[in-house]
Write a protein that binds this ligand. Structure first.
Ligand SMILES: Cc1ncc(C[n+]2csc(CCOP(=O)(O)OP(=O)(O)O)c2C)c(N)n1
Ligand SMILES: [Mg+2]
Length: 330
């Protein structure tokens, strides 16, 4: 996605196409997840899923600030990151159906989406596992002087892990070009952040490692984009890393059939009223005078793309026994 800002004054203004592309990505992630949820619950899709409805603006805003050849690491909740980094609906849907045409040849499934050509390391389901990996990727960029940046997505649950400390500290001492992106959705599985940390302002932790941290409204795609753009520029200038804490909320269960009973009704209502897609649609139709019909057309075309991808994925070839020992270290 071309991050196009026409007027670099205090109030940024954006190209219409750029705004609509952001909107398309938000809707694409939401609709992809909703369709996958249905396929999973009706028993058509194998495996398990961790979904990101409600968190679409974090992936979209951050990836819009990255170049195609920058890399991201992701988590078990990685569908949104993958779509935002440019993986196609088809290669992801194929992967979810275990087809050999999937982005991991059907051997990774939901928790290991990735495509090296598109700058996404196959996602890692170990909580905080991507943090030291991102530091390593960024070390390679720095040693090769490529000016590429690593974007590292993880949840609030990752910051109390040892791997977080080790990875972030290494990035700090070597000024590595990593944007650490904490999607703080208030819960690690069913546990509220207040039960696992005294200081719930996660961006504060950056100071203890000696670099900049910032807390951002993670349900405001333009706010996320602006903060990510600044962080990426800092990294490219050799002044990284940066820690972004994006405040957001997961609308669905942690995984599978989790009904979210631990999320209080008023808390859910409050966050649902700040839905990232509804809010951005309001900005587009209000401030940027984009016709609601145009937004509806984007949703229809996204729905069509997903429908076609599901049909194709269900007919796609499955790996054979001969594929079993391909792409494994031995
Ligand atoms: C090291 C490790 N411990 C435990 C788990 C089991 N587990 C999977 S997801 C999860 C919660 C993670 O919460 P958070 O980091 O906030 O991410 P979110 O699910 O909110 O996106 C846990 C404990 C794991 N995958 N890895
Ligand atoms: Mg969380």
């Amino acid at each position: 996605m071309n991050a196009t800002q026409t007027n670099p004054t205090e109030t940024p203004s954006y190209e219409r196409d750029f705004l609509l592309e952001l909107y398309r990505h938000l809707v694409l992630i939401r609709e992809f997840e909703e369709r996958v949820k249905f396929l999973f619950l009706e028993g058509t899709m194998p495996g398990t899923i961790h979904q990101c409805q409600g968190q679409e603006a974090t992936a979209t805003g951050v990836c819009a600030a990255l170049n195609d050849d920058d890399f991201i690491t992701s988590t078990f909740r990685g569908h949104g990151h993958a779509l935002a980094k440019g993986l196609t609906v088809q290669e992801m849907m194929d992967e979810l159906f275990g087809a050999s045409t999937g982005c991991a040849k059907g051997k990774g499934g939901s928790m290991h989406m990735g495509n090296m050509e598109k700058g996404m390391i196959p996602a890692i389901a170990i909580v905080a596992g991507g943090v030291p990996l991102a530091a390593g990727i960024a070390l390679a960029f720095k040693m090769k002087k490529t000016k590429q940046v690593a974007g590292c997505f993880f949840g609030d649950g990752a910051v109390a892990e040892g791997a977080f400390h080790e990875g972030v500290n290494m990035a700090a001492i070597w000024d590595l070009p990593v944007v650490f992106v904490c999607e703080n959705n208030l819960y690690g599985a069913s546990t509220h952040v207040s039960k696992v940390m005294k200081n719930t302002t996660i961006s504060d932790r950056a100071a203890s490692y000696g670099f900049r941290g910032e807390t951002v409204d993670g349900n405001d795609v333009l706010a996320v984009f602006e903060s990510a753009k600044k962080a990426v520029a800092q990294c490219r200038a050799g002044e990284g890393p940066v820690l972004l804490e994006l405040l957001t909320y997961r609308r669905t269960g942690h995984s599978r059939r989790d009904p979210c009973h631990y999320q209080a009704k008023d808390e859910r209502e409050q966050w649902f009223s700040r839905d990232p897609i509804d809010r951005f649609a309001e900005v587009l139709t209000g401030e940027y005078a984009i016709a609601p019909d145009e937004l509806a057309a984007i949703k229809s075309s996204v729905d069509q793309e997903i429908t076609e991808a599901i049909e194709a994925a269900q007919k796609a070839p499955q790996p054979t026994l001969d594929d079993l020992l391909e792409d494994v270290f031995a």
